[in-house]
Design a protein around this ligand. Structure first.
Ligand SMILES: *Cc1c(COP(=O)(O)O)cnc(C)c1O
Length: 402
C-alpha cells in the first residue's frame, strides 16, 4: 500500500505520488448499524412524530443519563445551542472565565448568552489552569467555563474550590468527553452543568446534536422550557428561550451510535496504541498521553512538535503530511484570543496566555479510526520519522524549488 521513503525525492511535496491514494481526515464520522438506523426511522414514520420531544429523544435522554450516571440529560439541536442555553439558564450577568485554547463555539456561546468571556491560560496538560483562573477573577466574574479538552477531565476539584470560595458558578464544555471519566466518575455530573456536542465529527454523534447534563432539578426544568421557546403548556410561555430541540431522526442516529460506541472506542484505542508504539523515540515529537486509570474515548491523537528537536516546524510538517493525503489538523490555532471579535475586544489577552500561544504553534492532531487502520498509522509515523531524519535535505530542496 505504501511507497518506500528513500530520499526527499520520495515525498509528494516534491511531486512523488502521495503515500495514501485518498485523503485521511481528522474527525471522520464513525456511525453504527445503518440497518438499525433505518429500522428506527421506519418506526418513526409509522408514528409520524418527527420532532418536539418525541419518544426517540426521550429514550436517548434516559440512556445517556443512565450511562453517564447523572440525574438529567437534556438533548439539544447542537452543542453550541446546548452551551448557550446552559449559560443563559441561571440569568447570570458579567464575566465568564474560559480558556482560549478551545473551539471557538465555547467562547461564542458565552457572548451569545449576554456574558463577557475572559481568557485564562492553560497548563502543560492543555487544560484550564486554576492558578491562571484566580489571577483573572474580578468583582464582575460570575462563572468559570472549563473545557475537558481531548476528553481529559479538567482540574475539577480545584476549580470547584475556587468557585465555592468566590461564589461563582462552574460549568464545563464536555464536547470532547463523552464516555470519559474523571477520578473514576463519568464526565457529565460535575459543576452546575456540562454541555456535550453530538456533531458528526465527535466520537458519539446524532449528525448535529448536543446535550446538557446536570444533577440540578431546577436547572434541568428551566433548560427543558428554554429549548422549547419557554412553553410550559399549549399557550403559556413562562420564560425566554428558543428552538433548541433535537429532531427524532437525529435521536435515532444517536441511539444507533450508542449501541456501537464501545466498538468505536476500542478501535480508537487500538489506533492510539499503534501510534504510541510507532511514534516512540522520534526527536521532537511527543504524543499526548492519558491517565491509564481513567476511561478515555481516544477520539483525538494529539502530538506536540518541538521545532528545535524535530528540525522542522509543526507547520512545515503539516505541509508535508497534507501533500501525502494525511490531512492532520492544527487545533485551535491561532487561539480564540487571536480570532474576531475577541482579538479586537481584548487585544492584549495574548500577554497573559503564553502557554496557549506556545501550544497553538506546536499541536497537531492526526487522523484516526477505521479509515486509517493500523498499517496506516504505522506508515504515518514512519513518514514523520523520515521527515525528522531528512529535515536538512527537505529544507535544502525547498530552498532550491522556491
Ligand atoms: C464541537 C465542539 C463544540 C460545538 O459543538 P457543535 O455541536 O458543533 O455546535 C463546542 N466546544 C467544543 C470544545 C467542541 O469541540
Amino acid at each position: 500500500m505504501t511507497k518506500a521513503l528513500e530520499s526527499e525525492a520520495s515525498l509528494a511535496c516534491f511531486s512523488a505520488p502521495p503515500l495514501f491514494p485518498g485523503p485521511l481526515f481528522v474527525g471522520r464520522p464513525q456511525s453504527g448499524s445503518v440497518d438499525h438506523f433505518f429500522d428506527r426511522l421506519r418506526d418513526m414514520f409509522q408514528r409520524n412524530q418527527l420532532t418536539n420531544h418525541g419518544p426517540l429523544v426521550q429514550e436517548l435522554e434516559a440512556a445517556v443519563a443512565d450511562r453517564l450516571e447523572v440525574k438529567h440529560a437534556i438533548a439539544f439541536c447542537n452543542g453550541t445551542v446546548a452551551l448557550e442555553m446552559m449559560l443563559k439558564a441561571l440569568d447570570l450577568k458579567g464575566e465568564v472565565i474560559v480558556p482560549a485554547f478551545t473551539f471557538i463555539a465555547t467562547v461564542h456561546a458565552i457572548r451569545s448568552a449576554g456574558l463577557t468571556p475572559v481568557f485564562a491560560d492553560i497548563g502543560t496538560n492543555h487544560l484550564l489552569d486554576p492558578d491562571a483562573v484566580e489571577s483573572v477573577i474580578t468583582p464582575d466574574t460570575v462563572a468559570i467555563l472549563g473545557v475537558h479538552t481531548w476528553g481529559q477531565g479538567c482540574e475539577v476539584e480545584r476549580l470547584q474550590a475556587i468557585s465555592e470560595q468566590r461564589g461563582l458558578k462552574l460549568f464545563f464544555d464536555a464536547a470532547h468527553a463523552f464516555d470519559c471519566t474523571h477520578r473514576g466518575r463519568p464526565i457529565g455530573g460535575f459543576g452546575a452543568a456540562e454541555a456535550f456536542s453530538l456533531h458528526a465529527t465527535k466520537v458519539f454523534h446524532s449528525f448535529e446534536g448536543g446535550l446538557v447534563t446536570t444533577q440540578d432539578d431546577a436547572l434541568a426544568d428551566r433548560l427543558r422550557l428554554m429549548r422549547n421557546f419557554g412553553f410550559s403548556d399549549y399557550d403559556t410561555v413562562v420564560c425566554g428561550g428558543g428552538n433548541g430541540k433535537l429532531s427524532e431522526p437525529a435521536a435515532a442516529m444517536a441511539l444507533t451510535n450508542l449501541e456501537g460506541l464501545a466498538d468505536v472506542i476500542s478501535l480508537n484505542r487500538r489506533m492510539w496504541e499503534t501510534y504510541r508504539a510507532s511514534l516512540d523515540g522520534i526527536p521532537g515529537v511527543s504524543l499526548l498521553g492519558f491517565d491509564p486509570g481513567e476511561r478515555q474515548n481516544h477520539q483525538y491523537v494529539v502530538v506536540e512538535i518541538d521545532a528545535e528537536d524535530f528540525r522542522l516546524s509543526r507547520d512545515e510538517l503539516l505541509r508535508i503530511l497534507h501533500a501525502e493525503n494525511v490531512l492532520a489538523r492544527r487545533y485551535f490555532h491561532p487561539g480564540c484570543h487571536r480570532m474576531e471579535p475577541y482579538r479586537t475586544l481584548d487585544p492584549r489577552a495574548g500577554a497573559r496566555l503564553p502557554r496557549t500561544d506556545l501550544l497553538c504553534e506546536r499541536v497537531l492532531v492526526l487522523p484516526t479510526g477505521g479509515q486509517v487502520a493500523a498499517d496506516g498509522a504505522v506508515a504515518i509515523a514512519d513518514l514523520i520519522r523520515f521527515c525528522q531524519r531528512g529535515a536538512a535535505a527537505i529544507r535544502t530542496r525547498w530552498g532550491r524549488d522556491a
